[in-house]
Structures are given as C-alpha cells and as structure tokens.
Design a protein around this ligand. Sequence first.
Ligand SMILES: [Fe+2]
Length: 350
Amino acid sequence: MNDKNLSKAAHNLLIDCAGLTQSDSLLIVREQESLGWYKDDISEYILKSAKEIGINASLHEVGPPEISQSKDFFEKLNQFNCVIFFARLGDQNRFEEKGFTTKRVMSYVRDCNSLASIFGTLDYNLNILVKDEIDKLIQDSNKVKISCPLGTNLTGDIILDNSATKEVSVLRFPILVTKPVAARSFSGKVVLNNYLTSTGSRVYKPNFIKIKSEATILIENGKITDIQGNPEDVNNIYSHYNFVSQKFSIDKNAVHSWHPGIHPGTEDNNFYRHDPDKWSNTVFGQPKYLHFHTCGNYAPGEICWMIPNHTILIDAKPLWKNGKLMLKDFEQTKNLLKKYPSLRKVFGEN
Ligand SMILES: [Fe+2]
C-alpha cells in the first residue's frame, strides 16, 4: 500500500469532503470488522490522521444495521461537529432529514487498500465537478431513453425541476452517482436477469431474491403495471414486493427514480454470487451500472434494480453507451477532462 496515497486520501476525506479544521471534534463510527463490510484499518488510519491534524477525534464501534441504536447514541452524535461513518448505519434512511444538527459523512471506502486507490484519492472537489456537470447535462435535456442489451427500453421526459428527487442529507465519500432522476414520467420496460436487492435504506430479510432467467417489468409513468417472464420468477418477484411493501406500508408499484454510477474506481463484482446485497450495494457506483429505486414512492425506495451495460440517450445522444460514460462527447465534460489531467487518468479518454 502506498503511504503517500493513503495520506492524500485521508486529507481528501477529512479536509476536502468533511471540511474539518483543527478546532473541530470528530466521531468516527465504525462497524465491527467481523461483519465483513468494513476493515478496522481504515477507521484506525483516519483516526490517527485526524489527530495528527489536531482534530479532537474519537472512535465508536457499532454492530450490524439491524440492531437499533439508542436515543443516547443519536444524542451523542450531535455532540460532535462531524461524524464519519465506516458503517452501513450511516446510509440508513439517508434521504431523510434525521434531526442532525451537525455534519455527517458516509464513507463507501471500506478499507485502506481501497483508500489508497483512485476510489479514495480522486480529488473530492473534482469528483463533485464531474457529478455536477453530468447532473446539468441530464437536467438540461428533454427526452431521455434508457436501453440495455437484455431489451430494457424506457423513455421519459426530464421533469422541469426534477423535484421528486432530492439529494441525500449526508455527505458521501466518494461521490458515486448522479442526482436521482425522477421516474414518474418514464414508461416502457426494464429487463432484469440478476437480483432484486435492498437499497440499504431500511433493514429486512431476505434482502435479495435471485431472478433465474429474465424478467420483464412493464412501467407506465413510474408505476409497475405488469411483470412477465417464467412463472417462478414472476411469482417470486410479486411476493417479494408484497413482503417489503407490507412490512413498511409503502407503495409496491412505485418506480421512484434512477441513477447511474459515475466513479470508475468502484470495485466490481467480487460478491456477485455469495452476497448479492453486498454486491449491489458496492458496485452501484461503477459507470457500468444503472440502478432504479423502487417499492416506495421516495428515494431510494426499498428494492433496487441493477442494470449493467446500459445506454442512456439524452436528446438522442449517448451520455452512457453500453455501460461507458461518454464524457468526451459533451463540451462541458470534455472541458473538465482537458483541464484536469487527474480526471483524464481516472475517467480515461471516453
Ligand atoms: Fe441510489
């Protein structure tokens, strides 16, 4: 592991993303390493780095997200200027205001290896610039068409203020996706052949189902109108939607919004078969994947669809082509690549 990269990434997280200064207090909430999501090396490294800067930093360990935290715990969080989560807990109900009075940062970087890679070292401010330009390209377009090699074919208009979707209330490190695009004007079909997974928002088990062949989901104006495919898949999908929607009293037919990944440093595919939920909640930041928020008329919903190798046309021009982000084909994003060699290094010449 490269020490220079680690220290660059720590600065990126603590200063550029979290905006911390010497006078701040910081609580690092980490999830037990034995749960398999986060390694202790990252929380320990960030704790040490924060202390070196002069930040008053301490550590608190939590269990899995299904264990609910006490009122005292949430009160404790508000006693710090900032809380950084190396824990799935930080992602729960992330689109809601949770009575936070201080800053929250959710880290999708889970160990020092990944921290030292471009996942942790891509300059946070440049990461934001890229995201903002992509958001603008989508927002300023009129017609959007989404397709995929399996036959997904969905079209819709960009709603004027895209107001059905709001950004998360927690800062994220790094920035992995565009702003969610409201799906209520979208109609057509989505074809899935992998899994339905959770969005990481609320906890339920089973948190995924496998789709054995291909399932076609018909959508009209952001509502599921029919599901077609082999009878076993169709039954499984319906019963999963019934289970999740009843558990949380939410709209089972809602297709609320979608967004593609924008970070080429995101890990891909290691957990595909043995832990589909972890797979989905890890790879979603890859430009190769587009995901939908469904089941619940809010972002991020509770059931996620993962669509690999998508093409997204904005006003007939591909912004993604077969899962590749086409930054070079749009003046605004091309200029960013021209101006910043580090972005060219991460995003390549596409
Ligand atoms: Fe999402």
